[in-house]
Design a protein around this ligand. Sequence first.
Ligand code: SAH
Length: 289
Amino acid sequence: MTASSMKDESTSSKHRKRKRQRNPKPSKEEPIETKLKIQRDTKICKNNQRGGSSSASSKRPKPSNFLDTLRERLSGGQFRMLNEKLYTCSGQEALDYFKEDPEMFDMYHTGYQQQMTNWPELPVNSIIEWLLSRSSSLVVADFGCGDARIAKSVKNKVFSFDLVSKNPSVIACDMSNTSLESSSVDVAVFCLSLMGTNYSSYIKEAHRVLRPSGMLLIAEVKSRFDPNNGGADPKDFVKAVCDLGFTSVLKDFSNKMFILLHFKKKEQLNSNEKKIKWPELKACLYKRR
Ligand code: SAH
């Protein structure tokens, strides 16, 4: 996340229009986000008092810059904390966490969108292109849909799942346990969403809801599959998915940032599910920039 991109977000006109508070005295117990609003408002008052044209002000560090920097650090730090949490807890724990504090989900997604601005190409666009090149009658399940970009971009019927529902088309749940009927969808998508420590249960759920010959599309952060750097061996991962009852049809490692794996659900059920060895997937942690 670049400092400048966070700055753009924090000083957007939307934020500037927020109601001012007259006595900005945050107590120690206040959540960081509340403090941030107060700091923003304090900045507006100070800027107004200065009238924006003092030569003296250029001789000392501008408080607004200092506050912006502080704000960037706090929200960047909070995003990294949430991101790490999602990679190191189960889906159910993540669901409970966001149920208690849905604002944290907004905080996570603001940071996530900032991170994505650093990616030259978004994996979700590859998945959208794939869907657009096929029949729009295919029924799609988007597991960990985020802002539901897939549903917004294709004509297909798309069931979008995430931990929190920010619009009525998104179904809030832990995606290891969706409300879909068995064998009811043609395409299951995981785009950067195999985050929980129990990620295999998400793939098992996708297997349950897919029709025989249905497609499983996975896009994941490349570094999670770099065995030389603590990541999983992609061969082990592909084998585990195949052992569950899929055939591998595409392994694309050509992108610098993400890998694309496509599987087709086998007609026959596999009976050796207990023996599947799912490799641990390395958490994708973002560095402080
Ligand atoms: N697929 C979207 C968003 C990726 S971010 C895109 O490519 O833009 C990963 C998303 O997965 C987050 O929104 C997160 O909340 C969701 N997620 C992670 N674990 C989940 C779970 N157990 N159940 C539902 N959603 C989950």
